[in-house]
Design a protein around this ligand. Structure first.
Ligand SMILES: *Cc1c(COP(=O)(O)O)cnc(C)c1O
Length: 388
């Protein structure tokens, strides 16, 4: 076996491709903030709020400290109260759950669809009770939950739809953009998201002025007028002016970056198609070019000669970095055992947590690198490789 040198490493995520060309502009934008001196809720924050809301096709954006706070404050602003039941998919990043718990609401997990890994809307409808107030749609991996399906359920049961769009900036499905389906939506600008800051950041977007006003108050100690506090759920969670300045510089590139992700995913799909016989099955794209591929995820199904852990290890030996999103579904996390769920409650999410593997995906990735990733998977899985 030939040894592979370090320069051949295919990183899981590489941000230098976007930061290197923008470096001079980023430093200039930071210097402008420094000389203006408006460090908290400065001009760059309101400018970026307007620009990002417009890009999402909604009326209002309110910048907050991170995506987790955008979920908590957004839910609260939409009228969710302590004790209300909120439905969410069990196979999400734990922050969705934390946002619900932060406001004292009761999380109700439902299983996901095995092919798309998105929330199973039929299961969601079955989980509705008299206490259910909202359903959170997590647009996992960059693919949106069906707006038509969500709105039908919400109308039948008089529920609030809230989107966790932390992985789906400018995603689209059924002619609706991420963030525009329901009462409000949360975005994260964690550095590796499709639109990322140089640190933490988040935003609530909404069509409703009252929701936007409420988040503006909640993020700022529950006040709209200095030293006069009207909202008891207030906290300190504001998008930094410096981060907003950086995000404002990146936003004009986002559509192109998303198109690149989608194009690379199509390339992966084609390259991986022959490996379906060996049990490697990509998570299904049912939204075409509207899928913004925050992550490109495959399943190592039961037909696969190697289990996920072995495949991941073999790839890392060949300097190909991968990830798992996520290895433990929320209901099996040690921190949340008191919610009363147990293994076996959500079979699809549990199967996926064992099978999924996220392959390198970012706009600067080359098709040569994808060839190397797929070629390495092929050789590792080839029966003759078993004896090497
Ligand atoms: C990243 C992420 C969050 C949390 O965002 P932070 O900015 O890290 O707080 C929430 N939900 C999902 C699905 C995410 O991917």
């Amino acid at each position: 076996m030939t040894s592979v040198s370090a320069h051949n490493t295919v990183p899981f995520v590489d941000l230098s491709w976007q930061h290197d060309p923008l470096q001079a502009d980023i430093i200039a934008a930071m210097a402008a903030t420094l000389s203006r001196g408006d460090y908290v809720l400065g001009q760059a924050v309101s400018d970026f709020e307007v620009a990002f809301a417009e890009a999402c096709g909604v009326a209002y954006g309110v910048g907050v400290g991170c995506g987790t706070d955008a979920i908590a404050l957004g839910l609260r602003a939409c009228g969710i109260q302590s004790g209300d039941e909120v439905i969410l998919p069990v196979n999400t990043f734990v922050a969705t759950l934390i946002g619900i718990l932060q406001i004292g609401a009761k999380p109700v997990f439902v299983d996901c669809d095995l092919d798309t890994a998105l929330i199973d809307l039929a299961a969601a409808e079955q989980a509705i009770t008299d206490q259910t107030k909202a359903i959170i749609a997590v647009h996992l991996y960059g693919q949106m939950v069906s707006p038509i399906g969500l709105q039908a359920i919400a109308q039948r049961h008089d529920l609030i739809i809230f989107e966790d769009a932390a992985q789906a900036h400018l995603g689209e499905r059924e002619d609706i953009k991420a963030g525009a389906i329901g009462a409000g939506a949360a975005f994260s600008f964690y550095p590796s998201k499709n639109l990322g800051a140089l640190g933490d950041g988040g935003m609530v977007v909404t069509q409703q002025e009252s929701v936007a006003q409420k988040v503006r108050s909640l993020r700022n100690y529950g006040s709209t007028r200095k030293y006069f506090h009207t909202d008891p759920g207030g906290t300190n969670s504001r998008l930094d002016t410096l981060q907003a300045a950086v995000l404002g510089l990146k936003l004009p590139h986002l559509s192109e970056w998303n198109r690149d992700r989608n194009r690379l995913a199509v390339y992966y799909d084609q390259a991986l198609a022959p490996l379906a016989q060996q049990g490697i099955i990509p998570i299904k794209n049912v939204s075409g070019s509207g899928h913004v591929y925050h992550l490109y995820v495959v399943r190592t199904t039961a037909d696969c000669r190697l289990d996920r852990a072995t495949l991941q290890l073999e790839l890392s030996h060949q300097n190909i970095q991968t990830g798992i999103h996520y290895p433990t579904p929320c209901h099996l996390q040690p921190a949340y055992q008191s919610l009363g769920y147990s293994a076996g409650d959500f079979p699809n999410a549990e199967i996926l947590s064992q099978e999924i593997l996220s392959l390198p995906m970012y706009p600067g990735l080359t098709t040569d690198q994808i060839d190397r990733v797929v070629g390495t998977i092929r050789s590792v899985l080839a029966p003759e490789a078993a004896t090497v």
